[in-house]
Write a protein that binds this ligand. Structure first.
Ligand SMILES: [Zn+2]
Length: 149
């Protein structure tokens, strides 16, 4: 058996992680949880072999994962579960997308998480970028009859 021909082996079950859509490591990478600098030294895992994260993937292509105990979705705060499902499912869909496009690995993460790593290199010590801070009624001035007196 030629070891060099194999992909990355899952640290949990020991079997080959065949592609991105099975990879817990890359899911966390696209979600901005893994520093690109450390990606190649991190252990690989199947999504299904990390059920505490995989349980939040809600997608037709993905067999639902159930967790028992403290980290079961049913034991967690519903708002947290909803937010995690939205976040993690987006990451999973990103992995599916990446199978169909040819991107450099640094562009794998979702845009808002990609900025996290790129921002560190480009704007050290600079002011933070603020988005969406405009007041809701900047053009529609409210004429209050009682204001003049
Ligand atoms: Zn595995």
């Amino acid at each position: 058996m030629a070891l060099c021909d194999e992909g990355y082996l899952c640290e949990v079950c020991g079997r080959d992680v065949e592609d991105l859509t099975q990879s817990d490591l890359y899911l966390r990478y696209v979600l901005g949880e893994v520093d690109p600098e450390t990606l190649h030294v991190r252990p690989e895992r199947h999504l299904a072999c990390n059920p505490s994260l995989a349980q939040f993937i809600v997608a037709a292509d993905f067999p639902p994962v159930t967790v028992e105990g403290y980290f079961a979705k049913s034991a967690l705060d519903p708002d947290f579960v909803a937010a995690e499902e939205a976040r993690v499912t987006r990451g999973y869909l990103r992995l599916l997308e990446l199978m169909t496009v040819d991107l450099p690995i640094v562009e794998y993460p979702l845009p808002e998480f990609r900025a996290r790593w790129q921002g560190v290199a480009e704007s050290e010590g600079e002011g933070t970028v603020t988005v969406g801070t405009e007041p809701p009624s900047r053009s529609g001035q409210v004429a209050d009859e009682a204001s003049q007196g």
